[in-house]
Structure formats: structure tokens, C-alpha cells
Design a protein around this ligand. Structure first.
Ligand SMILES: Cc1cc2nc3c(=O)[nH]c(=O)nc-3n(C[C@H](O)[C@H](O)[C@H](O)COP(=O)(O)OP(=O)(O)OC[C@H]3O[C@@H](n4cnc5c(N)ncnc54)[C@H](O)[C@@H]3O)c2cc1C
Length: 431
């Protein structure tokens, strides 16, 4: 997703923290690399699902380029695709369970992983910005039930507003007589866009205020004027549906404004008076969410590394295993090194976010940047180690390479991460 809804999301950290049980550091939040029993159990549980259900289905859904509903249903049946599971991952005071679960699932397959985790973008926005009533009403509708699985979509990006979210053109106008909001505009690249039960849309209520004039709206199921546009054919993550969403005089009840009108009016008044923005808080919110995305990239990288290590120990050329050549063995050593280094950055940032540490040096961005680039590099090396086989769809590393590339693009491109880090370390407004 884009650098989305930053200001509105900033207000929400407290709600999220309250829901998951506090934001301050406590004994449980001391950083340690030793996993506790709960973390190990969740890791093994997700890994089991990734290995037994996700992996065997990966090639098929990549080829079909469709949402893998049966796999999502399986995930719902075991409770993995549910608000309860997401809540449990979030609730860990050390912050590590969420990246651990994501790494394991995406180790299974990233396209299916995103088909399962894409809903959490909408859930996070509702969780973050909604009132308790809104959370209670809309979050369950994002998941549905194991017998009737539903999806959520988060729609911030637009054709002309990707990295630059302040350029959002979608508008929301309040019709006071009917207590309704009327949304108009076009959203781009929405994961689950058009097939979701619940869409969360970021729209401008005051264009002059830039991103400080943005607000988030829930579009309830079946609302007229909210239609899927073109479905995007992609390089990777093909089991995850991505599409434009058109909003054409789309009317939603006043209660669909996340956080409520009073809070929005106060925020707009503050912005119009030129009072201090909450961009600092928004930045902290992004920093806290980025390690989860980094963990997904790590899952892909680890899968490619493991596959190519096994292959190199089997494949013989010139009368010996190819791993006996330093060129291959050193590549594998570097892959392992880079993956472990990236994981340390991911875990550090996840722990910092959950235990309320200040991201002085954009450590969240560092983790996502490193993990994304490691995933692209590792999967490319994996193809090289498999030679011709690596380049074919008969072997999974080709798919992993295609899947990895998105991790230098969404949730803030690598360039945007470097911008954020360089601003943080320099204190200057680097452009
Ligand atoms: C598979 C997929 C799923 C997605 N899912 C969602 C979703 O669910 N919801 C959602 O809202 N969005 C989603 N997105 C959109 C995604 O967040 C954007 O693609 C991303 O933010 C980049 O925006 P852009 O594509 O418009 O690229 P641009 O912003 O046009 O960037 C193009 C290039 O210019 C560089 N660039 C831009 N500005 C600067 C700068 N100031 N300094 C240096 N370089 C710069 C970028 O780094 C990039 O290399 C998804 C995208 C994809 C491909």
C-alpha cells in the first residue's frame, strides 16, 4: 500500500495499543532472540499450514492468477484467517509474533500469503482509526465466517498518487441533509479491490489541506457506486487479486467515516489554524507496520535459499556436487548471512514498534528496505544456482523471484525508504 492515510492513522495508535493490551514497555517486551513457548507454537502452527496446504497449491494459483478461495477457506477453518488470530499475533508484547507468522506463511507462498493477509490492511485501518463500535461492526465483516469467507480491501493509491499520497484526488463530500458521505474518484492497485466485502477508502475532504485533509471511509458490502475497475495482470503475487476501484457518487452513511465526524472536524480545524501536524506520529505508525512487510519478504528469501541449498547439494557437474565449488557455496553463505541480518533488523523494528520505542533512525524503514532487497537478490541467486531449471516454471524459485520484486515497490518503494532514513539520520528535508 502507499504512504497512506498517514495523518488519520496516526490518531489510531492508541486504539490499537489499547486493543492489544497497552503500548508501554513491560517485562514481556524485553528484547530477546529466545522465542517463548507461545511464539514457537504459533511459528510451528503457521509453518505446518504453509508446508501442508499453501506450498502444494502455490504453482496452480500462480498460473490461474485468481484468488485461492479454497485455501483461504482452509485457513479460516483452522482459525488462521480470522480476527482472533490476527489479534493474537498483534497482542504479543515483544512484537515478534507478527513477523514470525508472516515469515512462515510467505515461506509457503507469497501470492497465497497475500491473498490471506491482504485483508489485514483494511482491518488495520479500521482497528487503527475506527471507534469501538465501528471496529465491532466492520472487522468481523472483513473476515466473514469459515463457511462464508469474506475479504477486506484498503484503497489509498490512485493512478496519480502512489508514493505521493498528498496527491489523492478522490473526494468525499458531506450531505448534511441525509447524513451521508458522497465519494467520487478512482483507486488503483487495491489488493482485493472490488471482490472485498468491506472496502476502506482514503478520500480527501479538503484538497487544500493535502494529506491533512484526508479521511478514511468504510464502504459497506454491496454499496451502489463502488465498482471494480480493471483487474491488474501482474509479474508476481499472482494469486493475490489487485484491481482498480471506481467510486461514482458512492453514498455511505455518516457513520462510515472512521473515527466519526466530530474527531474529523477537530482535526481539520487544527490543520486550518496551521497547528502542528501529527506527521511525527504518522511516521511512527509507518515505522511500526513496515517490519511485518519485511517479514513477508524474508519468508520468500528463506524459501529460495533453502531450495537452492538442497539443490546444490544434489546436483552434480564435472563429477562433483555443485556446492563443492566455492562460487556456489559462497553465494549460499552470503544468502544465509543476508537473510539473518535482515531478520535481525525486522525483529528489532517489530520490537521497537510494539514496546513504544522511538524510531530515531527510521529503523522500521531500514527493516523493510533491507528485507525487500535481500529477497530480490536472494531469489535471483537461487535461479542462478538452479541454472536452466531455475528459469523454468517447473521449479519454484522462478516464481519466488517474481513474487519478491513487489517488496521493493509497495508499502513505500526502496527509494522512499531511503528518503525516510536519510531524513531521519540527517534531520534535513532531503528530496
Ligand atoms: C501488487 C500491488 C499491490 C498493491 N496493493 C495496494 C493496496 O492494497 N492499497 C493501496 O492503496 N495501494 C496498493 N498498491 C500500490 C503501491 O503502494 C504503489 O504502487 C506504491 O506506493 C508506489 O507508487 P507508484 O506505483 O505510483 O510509483 P511512483 O510513486 O510513481 O514511483 C515511481 C518510481 O519513482 C520513484 N520515486 C517517487 N518519488 C520519489 C522521490 N521523492 N525520490 C526518489 N524516488 C522517487 C519511486 O521510488 C519509484 O521507483 C499496490 C501495488 C502493487 C503493485
Amino acid at each position: 500500500m502507499a504512504e497512506t492515510a498517514a495523518v488519520a492513522e496516526a490518531d489510531s495508535n492508541e486504539a490499537l495499543a489499547a486493543a492489544v493490551g497497552g503500548n508501554g514497555a513491560s517485562d514481556g517486551s524485553r528484547f530477546t532472540l529466545e522465542l517463548n513457548q507461545d511464539q514457537e507454537d504459533i511459528r510451528d502452527w503457521v509453518h505446518g499450514f504453509a508446508e501442508g496446504v499453501v506450498r502444494p497449491a502455490a504453482a496452480e494459483w500462480d498460473e490461474r492468477e485468481e484468488t485461492p478461495w479454497p485455501v483461504i477457506e482452509e485457513a479460516a477453518k483452522i482459525g488462521l484467517y480470522s480476527f482472533e488470530a490476527m489479534g493474537q499475533f498483534w497482542a504479543d508484547e515483544t512484537g515478534l509474533t507478527l513477523p514470525i507468522a508472516n515469515e512462515e506463511l510467505f515461506w509457503g507462498d507469497a501470492g497465497i500469503g497475500m491473498a490471506i493477509m491482504g485483508t489485514s490492511l483494511a482491518v488495520a485501518a479500521i482497528f487503527g482509526q475506527g471507534t469501538p463500535e465501528q471496529m465491532g461492526e466492520w472487522i468481523p465483516q472483513c473476515f466473514g465466517t469459515p463457511d462464508d469467507v469474506k475479504l477486506g480491501a484498503f484503497c489509498a493509491s490512485e493512478p496519480d498518487a502512489g508514493s505521493d499520497v498528498s496527491a489523492i484526488r478522490t473526494t468525499a463530500k458531506y450531505d448534511e441533509a441525509k447524513d451521508e458521505w458522497v465519494l467520487n474518484g478512482q483507486k488503483a492497485w487495491a489488493t482485493n479491490g472490488g471482490i472485498a466485502n468491506v472496502h476502506v477508502v482514503i478520500a480527501s475532504v479538503d484538497r487544500e489541506l493535502g494529506s491533512r485533509g484526508h479521511a478514511a471511509f468504510v464502504i459497506p458490502p454491496g454499496t451502489e457506486g463502488c465498482e471494480q475497475g480493471a483487474k491488474v495482470k501482474k509479474h508476481g503475487l499472482r494469486a493475490s487479486h489487485t484491481a482498480d476501484v471506481h467510486l461514482d457518487d458512492c453514498r455511505v452513511p455518516g457513520s462510515c467515516l472512521l473515527g466519526g465526524k466530530e474527531k474529523l472536524d477537530e482535526r481539520l480545524a487544527r490543520a486550518r489554524e496551521g497547528k502542528r501536524s501529527k506527521s511525527q506520529a504518522a511516521m511512527q505508525t509507518f515505522e511500526a507496520s513496515r517490519p511485518t512487510v519485511g517479514a513477508q519478504a524474508l519468508g520468500i528469501a528463506r524459501a529460495a535459499y533453502e531450495y537452492s541449498l538442497d539443490y546444490a547439494k544434489e546436483r552434480e557437474q564435472f563429477g562433483k556436487k555443485i556446492i563443492e565449488n566455492q562460487a556456489i557455496a559462497f553465494d549460499l553463505a552470503n544468502m544465509k548471512l543476508e537473510i539473518d541480518a535482515a531478520r535481525l533488523l525486522v525483529w528489532r523494528a517489530a520490537w521497537m514498534g510494539r514496546s513504544g520505542q522511538t524510531f530515531e533512525n527510521a529503523e522500521g524503514s531500514m527493516s523493510k528496505l533491507k528485507a525487500g532487497e535481500v529477497a530480490v537478490w536472494t531469489t535471483e541467486r537461487a535461479i542462478q544456482i538452479l541454472g536452466g531449471n531455475g528459469y523454468t516454471r517447473e521449479f519454484p524459485v522462478e516464481r519466488m523471484h517474481r513474487d519478491s520484486k513487489i517488496y521493493t515497490i509497495f508499502e513505500g518503494t526502496s527509494e522512499i525508504q531511503r528518503l525516510v532514513i536519510s531524513r531521519a539520520i540527517s534531520g534535513l528535508h532531503i528530496k
